[in-house]
Design a protein around this ligand. Structure first.
Ligand code: IVH
Length: 757
């Protein structure tokens, strides 16, 4: 084939494949078989390989692949990504007035919003609230620039490579697209695809995802787009960020325009005017949504006129022109066949209901949490009962009540202690219940289930992210006693791991797969990620150690105020927070006004004197902590628990082990006294910047570069702007800057400014 013929064929194939992508993803139909699709794709890839000059950026072949990233670049959103105010559907017992019924909060919102609008005739739109992960995609001059996650609303991860694996997202738009076109939507995994993915994962001995949203979030966080391309994610667009060069009047018009551009939107869409229509629409959606192939958890109601959005404005969190009406979690009845007991990483025994499988909220549920014995008693749960299960997209399914009419005869209430004979089902040691706690607990440090749960937590994505440490691997490592403490992982050799025979996986059919050898490739991956983990920041390590009451946020806050484990060991901050919490509790539990004026045994002083002393001490502590501006995430419970851990045998030996392994995690978010961060004498102090165009690094990078050097970065140009940092294809901002005589600066000049000063 000569290049001319090749070119013609490539163009033809690209067109055909794009058409089939649209059919498949936008319209949910298929004109050719998967096999035929693959052969068209293979033919295209084959010719492109022969003639690389024919590869265009928007060729369907270019969507999959790309090189794994080390980390995501940061993108600063030109318009903040807000969330929406939730209005919850009322529970039955909350409905007092049956006339207005469950929707009255929503109707109130509608009326209140109408009142603040110029006309009481304004239209509203109603659409499904998709239970997915928010994404923002920027097109400039019809070319896709980036795709980003919501992040903290201001800055998100650059997930362009991952988003390009979704075949309905075009890399270029027709020429009539707005010059700046930031479209926002929801990435999700269809329910069916989610179940299939989990089935495959369980066959491969990997951890299952909890729900489709979780699977989507996990997928988008992958640094390797080749992994993402194997995960069936899709997108639906519902809103916008920055738009330039297009006169957008209504939500309805925007949706229409997206459809003309062949961008996927939700098919379900209503326009309403009266409260009665609004009520009817949300009810209709509630019944329709169960047939959708993806999860929804509510209705989003928006003011149709965009001009009105501007006049209504937003609070610091939500726009006032939209709300999300959240449906109550879905419920279903099924039979409780038995109860199994799970031992968690802190030794707590959790009863889990084993159910006749039931389809709720788009997925099959066969297990649900029973929380603890108190909850079982309160709900009077017997094995054999017909129980009501509740599940929303986000939460673990739970048993909420029993249908007593269907209770079989001669059953008795489930009793956890009796069920396990007072012994831990994993290690057989005696279980106990500490005063004031509802949970039964296994206290053995050698309990295999506890170690397994600790190990899984340790290697979790948000902790040390140990690739290849799935359930079956963790199980094998613990049962073969290769790992008694998560830190033992660091002593494992790749050869040792490769030889491991994993237990057969349980298939959905009930059968078991063949036993599998772990193998060299996976073993090397795991040992590789174990080595990488050594350099992870302090916050991740703190979280990974699984210290009770020290979650992700508390760990981050702790790392913001301490540089190393040594600093934490000698920390007065932790001591003070913990002391304050104890004193506050004492004051709370010993009200002075109480008639009893017993003397305090230890000090001999009376309650009111003691209370006064404690209150003064609390003031003193607050003063010492003032400058640190410690968030409530790092509270007294977390600090007490951390101190207890550090002084315990387990804590001491873990820190010792880290020393031996030469692991000394360092905080990467250390900024103990926030006010000091804003020093006056930085090179860019007092200057305000706007960033535009394509730069050598992400906008987020330059934003933090400018900010750490004392400058301030804003989204749009105004009289207050001092400099416009412009990269390639700067767009309309340059014109505005020139008009306002604002200095336009290149990357090199910025670096000059910083180093010169
Ligand atoms: S409109 C100002 N429409 O829900 C927010 N959002 O809880 C404008 N979401 O961040 C967004 N379905 O990611 C809109 N039909 C829909 C949606 C939707 C899901 C997400 C969105 C938003 C979150 C807010």
């Amino acid at each position: 084939m000569d290049i001319k013929k090749a070119k013609a064929r490539v163009t033809q194939l690209q067109k055909e494949l794009t058409y089939h992508n649209q059919l498949y993803y936008n319209d949910g139909t298929q004109a050719i078989s998967d096999g035929d699709y693959d052969s068209l794709m293979n033919e295209l890839k084959g010719i492109e390989e022969l003639y690389p000059s024919l590869i265009t950026d928007d060729s369907p072949s270019q969507r999959v692949g790309g090189t794994p990233l080390k980390e995501f670049k940061q993108i600063s959103h030109p318009v903040r990504m807000l969330s929406i105010e939730d209005i919850h559907e009322l529970k039955e017992e909350e409905i007092i007035d049956t006339d207005t019924t469950a929707e009255n909060n929503l109707i109130e919102w509608h009326k209140k919003t109408l009142k603040t609008l110029p006309s009481d005739q304004e239209l509203f739109t109603v659409e499904p609230k998709i239970d997915g992960v928010a994404v923002s995609i920027m097109y400039e001059n019809s070319k896709l620039q980036y795709a980003a996650t919501r992040g903290d609303g201001e800055t998100g991860d650059d997930i362009t490579q991952n988003i390009l694996t979704i075949r309905t997202i075009p890399t270029s738009l027709p020429n009539n697209a707005p010059s700046i076109f930031e479209i926002r939507g929801e990435v999700f995994m269809p329910n069916k695809a989610f179940e299939e993915l989990n089935q495959i994962r369980s066959e491969e001995g990997k951890t299952k995802f909890i729900n489709p949203r979780n699977a989507t979030a996990g997928t988008l966080k992958q640094l390797d787009p080749n992994v993402v391309s194997k995960r069936p994610i899709e997108v639906i667009f519902h809103s916008f960020g920055l738009i330039g060069g297009y006169d957008l009047k209504t939500i309805e018009q925007y949706r229409q325009f997206l459809m003309e551009l062949n961008l996927p939107v939700d098919k379900w869409f209503r326009i309403i005017q009266s409260s009665a229509q609004l009520k009817a629409a949300v009810l209709e959606l509630d019944s329709d949504r169960h047939t959708f192939p993806y999860g929804t958890d509510g209705a989003v109601i928006k003011v149709n006129q965009i001009k009105s959005h501007e006049s209504l404005g937003s609070t610091s969190k939500f726009p006032r022109w939209a709300c999300a009406y959240k449906y109550r979690p879905e419920q279903g009845q099924t039979i409780l066949n038995g109860v199994t007991i799970q031992v968690g990483r802190t030794g707590v025994l959790t009863p889990v209901a084993e159910l006749d499988p039931i389809f709720i909220s788009g997925t099959t549920v066969s297990r649900a949490t029973l929380h603890n014995q108190d909850e079982i008693d309160r709900k009077d749960i017997h094995i054999g009962d017909t129980v009501m299960i509740e599940k929303s997209g986000e939460i673990i399914p739970a048993v909420i009540k029993v249908n007593l009419d269907k209770r079989p005869q001669n059953t008795i209430r489930f009793d956890l202690y009796a069920h396990v004979n007072g012994k831990c089902p994993s290690c057989n040691s005696a279980i106990s219940k500490e005063g004031g706690f509802t949970a039964w607990r296994c206290n053995s440090p050698n309990c295999p289930d506890q170690i397994m749960a600790k190990l899984k937590h340790f290697g979790g994505r948000r902790m040390l992210d140990l690739e290849g440490l799935g359930i079956s691997v963790a199980e094998k490592l613990v049962t073969s006693e290769l790992v008694k403490n998560p830190l033992d992982l660091f002593d494992l050799k790749a050869e040792q791991l490769a030889e491991m025979e994993l237990e057969p996986a349980k298939l959905n059919s009930g059968a078991k797969s063949k036993p599998r050898r772990f193998g060299e490739k996976k073993a090397l991956k795991l040992t590789g990620s174990i080595q990488t983990a050594k350099d992870l920041p302090l916050a991740r390590w703190l979280h990974a150690l699984g210290i009770p009451n020290l979650g992700e946020s508390a760990s981050k806050e702790c790392a913001r105020t301490h540089r190393t484990f040594d600093e934490i060991l000698n920390s007065s901050i932790l001591e003070l927070i913990s002391e304050r919490w104890e004193k506050e509790n004492w004051v709370k539990n010993n009200p002075v006004k109480s008639k009893i004026t017993t003397k305090n045994n230890a000090s001999g002083i009376d309650r009111s004197e003691q209370s006064k002393q404690f209150k003064n001490r609390i003031i003193e502590i607050n003063e010492s902590l003032e400058d640190y501006k410690i968030s409530s995430e790092l509270g007294g419970v977390a600090c007490r628990s951390l101190i207890t851990y550090l002084n315990s045998e387990t804590g001491k030996s873990s820190l010792n082990k880290l020393k031996c392994l030469n692991v000394s995690p360092i905080s990467t978010n250390y900024a103990p006294i926030p006010s000091l961060q804003k020093t006056e004498n930085l090179p860019l102090s007092g200057t305000t910047w706007v960033i535009t165009g394509t730069l050598s690094e992400s906008r987020g990078h330059f934003k933090s570069l400018i900010e750490t050097n004392g400058g301030n970065v804003t989204d749009s140009i105004s009289k207050k702007t001092n400099y416009l940092l412009a990269g390639q294809n700067p767009g309309s901002k340059i014109d505005k800057a020139n008009k306002l005589r604002i200095e336009v600066i290149t990357e090199d000049k910025l670096n000059d400014l910083i180093s010169r000063n």
